[in-house]
Structures are given as structure tokens and as C-alpha cells.
Design a protein around this ligand. Structure first.
Ligand code: SF4
Ligand code: SF4
Length: 103
């Protein structure tokens, strides 16, 4: 059982003095608390009509941002998708467009 520490969850903009000693990560899975989607410069757009549900995009996403429900691809978690484009390159059916975030 993991012990809970005061700094298990470090809010954004926390000064370095208030982070854990040595920057230790004390809780697994805590990346989920940080909405890394605002780092994105490029945005993958999923086209459901072209998707063949092969699910090849799911394991290659480094941010677990491909949303699967009932064993089907249903969309992209834009709160965490960093816009790396790996899913776009991987999809054999051209089911993603990849556009600048500002569009
Ligand atoms: S790789 Fe392409 S076709 Fe396969 S599930 Fe993902 S979006 Fe759909
Ligand atoms: S662009 Fe990168 S982070 Fe975003 S859904 Fe595709 S593989 Fe995941």
C-alpha cells in the first residue's frame, strides 16, 4: 500500500521550494492530473467515417489519449493529447487530419 504524502499532487505553478525533495514522484498515474493538451501545436482530428476500428492508434499514443469505449475508438482526449502526430502516421486508413492548433 502506498503512503500518502502532502505533496502527492503538485499543482501547476508550484514553486520549486514546495515540490517533493529531489523531485520524487510519490504516486503513480499522477500525469492524469496535468492537462498537457495545452502544449499542443498540432491537433489530430479523427474522422469517424474513415475509421475501420483497427485500434492500431491506441497502443502507439504516448499519452493514452486515444479514447476506447466498448472496444471501439471513439475520439481523442484533447486534455492530454500533446499533438505528437504518431497516431496520424500510424493509421493505415488515413482517418486523421493533422492541423495547426490555431485553426
Ligand atoms: S488507426 Fe485509424 S482506422 Fe485504426 S482505430 Fe485508429 S483511427 Fe481508426
Ligand atoms: S497526436 Fe500523439 S498524443 Fe495526440 S492522440 Fe495522437 S498519438 Fe496521442
Amino acid at each position: 500500500m502506498s503512503k500518502k504524502f502532502e505533496h502527492d499532487i503538485v499543482p501547476a505553478y508550484t514553486p520549486w521550494q514546495d515540490t517533493t525533495p529531489g523531485g520524487i514522484v510519490t504516486e503513480s498515474g499522477n500525469a492524469n492530473y496535468f492537462k498537457t493538451g495545452d502544449w499542443r501545436a498540432m491537433r489530430p482530428i479523427w474522422n469517424a467515417d474513415k475509421c475501420k476500428q483497427c485500434l492500431l492508434c491506441y497502443p502507439v499514443c504516448p499519452d493514452a489519449s486515444i479514447i476506447i469505449k466498448d472496444k471501439k475508438m471513439t475520439g481523442i482526449d484533447y486534455d492530454h493529447c500533446k499533438g505528437c502526430g504518431v497516431c496520424v502516421k500510424t493509421c493505415p486508413f488515413g482517418a486523421f487530419d493533422f492541423v495547426p492548433e490555431c485553426e
